[in-house]
Design a protein around this ligand. Structure first.
Ligand code: ATP
Ligand SMILES: O=c1ccn([C@@H]2O[C@H](COP(=O)(O)O)[C@@H](O)[C@H]2O)c(=O)[nH]1
Ligand code: MG
Length: 236
């Protein structure tokens, strides 16, 4: 089993405090003093970041939970962060709600700010960023603000009919889990998210996973891909 880092040095604690107040790029510096050996992988000073992409209902959230259990990542779902903003009645709440109902993409500055804050608060050096970046503009904004590219990009490749079936039977009360919005989300995925996936494929960072079969079968594919990426990072 993977062991989570249970305590942080006081130096790191103070760096995290600084990260919380300094903004862009500060979270990277917060990890500069930690190197912890866990299950044969030395934890490097720079956080390991994996983007998790795929169409609506392709299984991103389901697989992220399994990755967390096995590899000790912190899971940040961009959609969940946005839904929390709506629930907390933030100033952007009604704009975010309208955007999600339409299956469109929330402005990058809003989403990147939420992701950055969650990473700074995350106290981990392995992050899964689920459902982001949604567009080339999102990607550029993240890389500009955070100052780094992801270490790997997992892409769940799943046929549209299977994704639609899963979304419509999810039953979690999401405002966008209806046929009308799902069609729009699928169109936005093809037009705006596939170019991001193509970008990371060209950069050699993409791990394309067959998203069909049972969740456990899919996880066997995911486990190998994540293990290989962590090992590659270790060797760098
Ligand atoms: N391999 C699978 N086979 C059948 N159902 C699955 C599988 N994986 C996930 N599901 C179910 O399909 C639904 C969608 O899965 P999940 O929420 O993980 O997808 P997602 O990619 O995060 O979707 P979204 O982009 O809409 O958030 C959930 O109800 C989940 O339990
Ligand atoms: O980076 C993001 C992530 C999500 N959205 C909006 O939220 C919904 C739901 O996202 P899920 O990943 O399916 O939970 C998505 O359709 C977008 O409207 C976003 O704008 N930017
Ligand atoms: Mg999800």
């Amino acid at each position: 089993m993977w062991r989570r880092v249970a305590s942080l040095s006081s130096a790191l604690e103070s760096d995290l405090m600084q990260a919380a107040t300094c903004g862009a790029g500060a979270w990277q510096r917060a990890f500069s003093s930690t190197q912890v050996e866990v299950e044969g992988f030395e934890r490097k000073s720079h956080p390991f970041v994996a983007f998790v992409l795929g169409g609506p209902g392709s299984g991103k959230g389901t697989q992220c939970m399994k990755i967390v259990e096995t590899f000790g990542f912190t899971h940040l779902s961009a959609g969940d962060l946005l839904r929390k903003e709506i629930a907390s009645n933030s100033e952007n709440g009604s704009m975010i709600l309208d955007t999600i109902k339409e299956g469109k993409i929330v402005p990058s500055e809003v989403t990147v700010r939420l992701i950055q804050a969650a990473m700074e608060a995350g106290r981990n050096d392995r992050f899964l960023i689920d459902g982001f970046p949604r567009s080339e503009e999102n990607r550029a904004a993240y890389e500009r603000v955070i100052g780094a590219e992801p270490d790997m990009v997992l892409f769940f490749d799943c046929p549209e009919n299977e994704m639609v079936k899963r979304v419509l039977s999810r039953n979690e009360g999401r405002v966008d889990d209806n046929m009308d919005t799902v069609k729009k989300r699928l169109r936005v995925f093809s037009e705006l998210n596939l170019p991001v996936i193509e970008h990371y494929s060209i950069k050699g960072k993409l791990r394309k996973i067959d998203g069909t079969g049972s969740a456990d079968e899919i996880f066997e594919r995911v486990r190998s891909a994540v293990f290989a990426a962590l090992r590659e990072r270790e060797e760098r």
